[in-house]
Design a protein around this ligand. Sequence first.
Ligand code: SF4
Length: 194
Amino acid sequence: MGIADGKRLADYGLSSERLLLEGKGPGEFEQEVMALEKAVMATTLDKAITWAQTHSMWPDTFGLACCAIEMMAVTGPRYDLARFGMEAFRNSPRQADLMIVSGRVSHKMVPPLRQIYDQMLEPKWVIAMGACASSGGMFANYAVLQGVDRVVPVDIYVPGCPPRPEGLMEGIIRLHERVNAGVPPAYEMNEESR
Ligand code: SF4
């Protein structure tokens, strides 16, 4: 797919907020892709976009319970999340496009969790890490949400209590495969959750 004259990536379905800003003109990435296409007659714009997305997926700094300790381990030298350009956990949801829900979600945490999700730019993805985030886990009680997919659309579920860092890495690699295969984010497949 090529970019026709006068068109922008937003016209081809890429819906990040930055690209949708009125009157801002093409972003640097758009200009680079257009220049690359003109230079080498490339016809793989979709692949270039997904490659860029999967190699710069920045997680939000967001840990809820014991699973968060395992999540922190993936940034260390043993697991080296930097291999995927993902070691930069962002402190602002506006700079993040991946939410890793690492731990049980108490009902008290639901509003801030959803607010952080809403503040993240599109496209954005969610990984439910561990039994508690996925289903409430051992906490089958009134205080804990029985699955974070009740409040945000989830793309990948990582099983375990806690999942080892390898398990989270597996979930991240599966998410990259989905994006590379053109599978839309969960919120696009489930419009009610927007
Ligand atoms: S899944 Fe296990 S390790 Fe993770 S938050 Fe729940 S109890 Fe803790």
